[in-house]
Ligand binder design. Structure first.
Ligand code: UD1
Length: 417
């Protein structure tokens, strides 16, 4: 197990450069096997989720060359064999191999994906989409066998605008015969990034980023070069940390429009913000107005930033509320936030936070990736030492977090016990 130790209460000053987006990368790597030649992807973050996907590629005999932030994926000698449970359970995004293998080879065999335990997280919409394209789905225990004689275009309406289902159906439909329409599609920037990647290979996808995506099937996907967009969730996390401890903190390599919901909430609270074309500068303030948020699909307030944001709400004057509408189990950080001195009550899916609270170092747990990020933010603000156990969750999504924070003056260490 990994343990993070943070000596908090210090100002942070300098620049943090944002890495490539985790949630785009984890879809782009499986999507790369759709090419009939090879795909080069740059700005890939070095996070453990990337390593886990590379392990799956190797198990399928896909040739992968990694050099610093780029990756060349050559699926020419791929063997479409079962993806073992030990691989699929390491992360949520392993499920993108279902859509990609089905789209290319008309068959995928793999186990239910892993990922953060933030709710039930079923994959029924993905499977319904595959069935609409002509596939049959067999589920034995935890294993899924999805296959088709031929995939054909279909009109698919998603009951929920799911990020995973939108991307997975896109991957399965890209080589199907005819036209597929996904209605009530999710609109997250990572979906646009994946559609651009596929179009760079010769796919015909329009409408990504809107709620209707149209995919005209093609027979061949050629060589391509692609760049991962900056990680809006990593950026948002550090912007929140800047509002807690910045003096000042510059967050560089950001697409500010991807963070509109967060930035306007911060402005409403009275956070000092300088928003440039590709950067945001924040500083801590002694007084923040209380504010309430409700998570929603993009462009609403991202559920992935809800947990770090609650830390900032502990510093607001009066009562703030956070309502989680996407995942039913995303307040697991709250008991630990209270352990650090916050005043928070949860009722149904709403956390009520009374501030401002003086946070003090203690022993806490990173129960999942973004809960872990919220513990880092709280520990940096808290006076004294905080120990965060299960810190490996944090490394799944934040590239070089210890180095990035150390460079701006944080006292942070990670060790294995
Ligand atoms: C992705 C992100 C995650 C983010 C989430 C919402 C990745 C790897 N993960 O997760 O970081 O928090 O989007 O922005 O990109 N649902 C169903 N049936 C399905 C699919 C989803 O009921 O078949 C439900 C989920 O349980 C959840 C909601 O729909 O309540 C949204 O889930 P979804 O958008 O699919 O999230 P993920 O793709 O799992």
């Amino acid at each position: 197990m990994k343990i993070m130790e943070i000596e908090g209460g210090n100002d942070l000053n300098g620049t943090i450069r944002i890495s490539g987006a985790k949630n785009a990368t984890v879809a782009l790597i499986p999507a790369a096997i759709l090419t009939d030649e090879e795909a080069t992807i740059c700005n890939i973050p070095e996070i453990t989720d990337t390593d886990a996907l590379c392990d799956i590629l190797s198990s399928l005999n896909v040739n992968v060359k990694r050099a610093s932030e780029s990756m060349i994926i050559d699926p020419t000698n791929i063997k479409n064999i079962e993806i073992k449970e030990e691989f699929s359970k390491k992360l949520r995004a392993s499920y993108y191999f279902m859509g990609a293998l089905l789209g290319k080879y008309k068959k995928a065999v793999m186990y239910f994906p892993g990922g953060c335990s933030i709710g039930a997280r079923p994959i029924d919409l993905h499977l319904k989409g595959f069935e609409a394209l002509g596939a049959t789905v067999k589920n034995e225990l935890n294993k899924y066998i999805v296959e088709a004689e031929e995939l054909h275009g279909a009109n698919i309406y998603l009951d929920i605008a799911s990020v995973g289902a939108t991307i997975n159906i896109m991957l399965a439909a890209v080589k199907a015969k005819g036209t597929t329409i996904i209605d009530n599609a999710a609109k997250e920037p990572e979906i646009v990034n994946v559609a651009t990647f596929l179009n760079n290979m010769g796919a015909k996808i329009t409408g990504a980023g809107t709620s209707t995506i149209k995919i005209e099937g093609v027979d061949y996907l050629h060589k391509c070069f692609h760049e991962v967009i900056p990680d809006r969730i990593e950026a948002g996390t550090y912007i929140i940390i800047g509002a807690l401890c910045g003096n000042p903190l510059k967050i560089d390599n950001v697409i500010p429009e991807h963070l509109d919901a967060l930035l306007s909430k911060l402005e409403e609270m009275g956070v000092d913000l300088e928003i440039g074309a590709d950067y945001v500068i924040t500083s801590r303030n002694n007084y923040y107005k209380s504010t309430s948020i409700k998570t929603a699909v993009y462009p609403g307030f991202p559920t992935d930033l809800q947990q770090p944001f609650t830390v900032l709400q502990t510093q607001c004057d009066g009562k703030s509320k956070t309502t989680e509408t996407i995942f039913e189990n995303r307040f697991m950080h709250v008991p630990y936030l209270k352990e650090l001195g916050a005043d928070v009550e949860i009722k149904n899916q709403t956390a009520t936070i009374l501030g401002p609270s003086k946070l003090k170092g203690s022993q806490v747990v990173a129960t999942d990736l973004r809960a872990g990020a919220s513990m880092v933010a709280a520990a940096l603000k808290a006076e004294g030492k905080t120990t965060i156990t299960n810190a490996e969750h944090i490394l799944r999504g934040y590239e070089q977090i210890v180095e990035k924070l150390t460079n701006v003056g944080a006292k942070i260490k990670i060790k294995e016990i």
